[in-house]
Design a protein around this ligand. Structure first.
Ligand code: CA
Ligand code: CA
Ligand code: CA
Ligand code: CA
Length: 304
């Protein structure tokens, strides 16, 4: 239910005037929010140019962590941390995130709420970005076509294949083991150097010379691709006539892409127009979404 409310693209707000008139005003703004951080505050805003209007909320700076932390969080509005609906004489694009706000455009009206609750709901989606679609990284032993349930973990490192950037744990990242040379999202052409029926990205001994790929790492830098005895043939882990063995029982750092989507709404607020004291009242208003993408999140994986 909470999500449904948040996803509404436009929200109607009951506008209740002092004289008792009640009518509906639509506040329709872009769903994608912007934000800026200052020395003390986090300012989240959205603007539009037809007419020139903005919605903004000022919050304590530590609220910024909610944007990249999974879960539900709430913070209260106050006389210091307010929600504002403003109209302008011109384009307000440069109003925000500016230590010295420009003198124009003028703010032609300002409505402010200093009570109510700002709610954050942040979800995280991750991808190993290894060139293989997630649904092809699961043996689907449970038959539900969902790689996240009963997931396959080829190297038993605790990272399921659909999130593992090195599926066979040989310290050559899957994307560098050519799982899909023609890039068509179908893996029948996956490189199988030793033609043993196991594609390189799932093969712990890629050249089938009896020495694990992970151990064909003479300089011990957790990267077998730069240990090359014969430049014509290439790395030793793909050269079956080279079996120099260096015991390496640890994994290179893994990487993944993270996308945090934070839905922000405001509940139980009363917006008061500073010039005529009209009140905009609403129970729950979907302010919008902030998306934060981390393309190369790096993390360590313990060797089992
Ligand atoms: Ca794994
Ligand atoms: Ca993978
Ligand atoms: Ca391999
Ligand atoms: Ca070799």
């Amino acid at each position: 239910m909470y999500r449904k409310v948040l996803l509404l693209l436009s929200i109607s707000i009951l506008l209740s005037c002092n004289d008792g008139d009640v009518f509906v005003s639509k506040l329709e703004f872009p769903e994608t929010l912007e934000y800026c951080t200052g020395s003390d505050d986090l300012i989240i805003y959205t603007i539009k140019n037809s007419p020139y209007e903005s919605l903004s909320v000022k919050l304590p700076l530590n609220n910024e962590t909610y944007l990249t932390t999974e879960g539900l969080f709430s913070t209260s509005l106050s006389s210091t941390y307010t929600f504002n609906f403003r109209t302008y004489s011109g384009d307000p694009s440069n109003i925000f995130c500016n230590s010295l706000p420009p003198t124009t455009p003028e703010i032609t009206s300002n409505s402010e709420a200093n009570n109510g609750l700002v709610n954050f709901e942040t979800i995280l989606e991750e991808d190993d970005n290894d060139g293989i679609p997630a649904h092809l990284e699961d043996n689907n032993t449970d038959g539900d076509n969902d790689p996240t349930t009963d997931p396959t973990d080829t190297d038993n490192d605790g990272i399921p294949n659909y999130l593992d950037s090195d599926d066979d744990g040989d310290n050559v990242p899957t994307i560098n083991e050519n799982p899909d040379p023609n890039g068509d999202g179908e893996l029948s052409d996956a490189l199988d150097t030793d033609l043993d029926g196991t594609p390189d990205y799932l093969d712990v001994d890629d050249d089938n010379d009896g020495t694990l790929t992970r151990y064909e790492d003479t300089n011990s830098d957790l990267n077998p691709t730069n240990d090359i005895s014969d430049v014509i043939i290439g790395p030793d882990y793909l050269n079956s006539s080279v079996t120099t063995t260096t015991i390496i029982d640890s994994y290179r750092d893994h990487t993944k892409k993270q996308i945090y989507t934070c839905f922000i709404d405001i509940e139980n607020m009363i917006l008061i127009n500073s010039s005529d004291d009209t009140e905009l009242i609403n129970e729950e208003y979907s302010l919008g979404i902030i998306t934060t993408s981390i393309s190369n999140y790096t993390y360590t994986v313990d060797f089992n």
